[in-house]
Design a protein around this ligand. Sequence first.
Ligand code: RB5
Length: 150
Amino acid sequence: MIETSGPRRIIIGCDHAAYRLKEILKTAMEAQGIAVIDAGAHSEVAMDYPDTGKAVAQKIASGELERGVLLCGTGLGMSMVANRYPHVRAALCNDLFAAALSRRHNNANILVLGGRVVGDILALEILKTWLETPFEGGRHQRRLDLFDTI
Ligand code: RB5
């Protein structure tokens, strides 16, 4: 169960390969009072992951929303799409260490998961860790600022 002191509004998106896991994560977040904006997919019918990846990443890039979650089969395609957008720091975290460090050091604003890689319980734990872990700032902010010089 997620008991988060983190963001109260999350946008989530997936493709057909991770639809089932998306529904599980969405239900868990809603049970904790987090407002979940569902960008699709809405079924297991095959679709193209860049479409939902774009929908989520655009909302983060524009500043309309602060945090999002993306899922596809491996998490790789969604990461590639989302990280094309300015100000998006999408982190593929299929383990707990990556989930914690992606927040503490990288201030990741999109969590990406591979629905065909992680089990449901691990995915829920990764999500909980990612939502609850704060950014450390300091030297890590300096490093993130360098992104904008690239
Ligand atoms: C869909 O078959 C699969 O390619 C997609 O879910 C994802 O893993 C792409 O990176």
